[in-house]
Design a protein around this ligand. Structure first.
Ligand code: ZN
Length: 317
């Protein structure tokens, strides 16, 4: 089951309890499934088309409860295996004028009077805006599995509807963008926070929790990776400077003779050569008497300075 299926399944069981929101949901379902059609002579047809059985049951019940209407159920495009690929819910013909009035589905300026976006009164309340988006998701939404990426998209045919959906999302603090596709428009949100806010608004609380869990795991993993990289860098630096120290000591021994090194330098120099992988603290512990890390550091530094000064005095070869 894809994450889209999981979310739609959950939303199909999240009952809509307010009358105002039910209007917004039915309106979104009609508009986004292209269910308002002009039949000529001032007559219209109304339907909701969905691709999942659970979603069709949801809208059937919603229309029944909020408008008191029983839609006719028709199975569309059954494939050769007999599997249903879409279900159409048609509103009873004699109810169409009343439903269109109730959902403000008239637009005198649009072609054949068919609106492409909801009337402002439908999405006036914040609760109804969330309901409209929930319904839009049930009809045309897609959400990626959070393990893979954070992405939520709503598809629609008309640029005006795309604009409307992205405006609704912005009003709900979801950062959405619109992109043109061959078959229409896609409104999308691509950050974890926006996807999470959308799921909360739509009422998919279980899905939101699983998204948040993935988010926490990903954050932890990133943090661990950062720390490991940091450790690796430190180790690399330490190995590099230990190698440099040994090289300086060998150079001094060649130039001055090991026994001619100052007394304070001899012990640490031979310990360094004998323990090329030891840390400064470990070298300090091997000294007699033991000395601290900063003591070891300052001695090795003085040796490095000596080596550098001698190299500077030598003519370039
Ligand atoms: Zn409402």
């Amino acid at each position: 089951m894809s994450f889209t299926d999981t979310v739609k399944e959950e939303l199909s069981h999240a009952e809509c309890t307010r009358h105002c929101c039910a209007r917004a949901e039915v309106c979104a379902a009609i508009l986004l499934s292209g269910g308002l059609s002009f039949r000529g002579r001032g007559r219209y047809g109304l339907s909701i088309t969905v691709s999942r059985a659970a979603v069709s049951r949801y809208f059937y019940t919603l229309v029944k409860r909020s408008l008191g209407l029983s839609c006719e159920i028709r199975t569309l495009r059954a494939n050769r295996l007999g599997e249903t690929s879409a279900v159409e819910l048609s509103f009873p013909e004699d109810s169409v004028p009343r439903v269109m009035d109730e959902l403000c589905l008239h637009d005198e300026n649009a072609l054949f009077g068919v609106p492409v976006r909801p009337h402002p009164s439908i999405v006036e309340n914040a609760c109804c805006r969330a309901a409209f988006l929930k319904s839009a998701f049930l009809i045309t939404g897609y959400i990626s599995s959070p393990e893979k990426e954070y992405a939520l998209t709503l598809s629609c045919a008309a640029p005006d509807m795309a604009k409307c959906l992205s405006e609704l999302m912005h009003e709900m603090d979801i950062s959405a963008s619109v992109s043109r596709r061959r078959s229409g428009y896609v409104v999308y949100a691509k950050d974890a926070e926006s996807v999470s806010v959308f799921l909360t608004l739509a009422g998919a609380h279980t899905a939101r929790l699983s998204l948040e869990n993935v988010r926490i795991m990903k954050d932890l993993k990133n943090q661990t990776n950062r720390l490991t990289n940091c450790d690796n860098n430190n180790i690399e630096r330490a190995v590099h400077s230990a190698a440099q120290q040994s090289e300086d000591i060998r150079f001094l021994a060649r130039e001055l003779g090991f026994d001619h090194l100052p007394e304070w330098a001899r012990e640490i120099a031979s310990l360094r050569l004998e323990n090329p992988e030891a840390s400064l603290t470990e070298l300090g512990a091997l000294c007699d008497p033991p000395i601290g890390k900063s003591g070891v550091n300052s001695r090795l530094r003085r040796l490095a300075d000596m080596a550098r000064r001698i190299k500077e005095q030598q003519p370039d070869s």
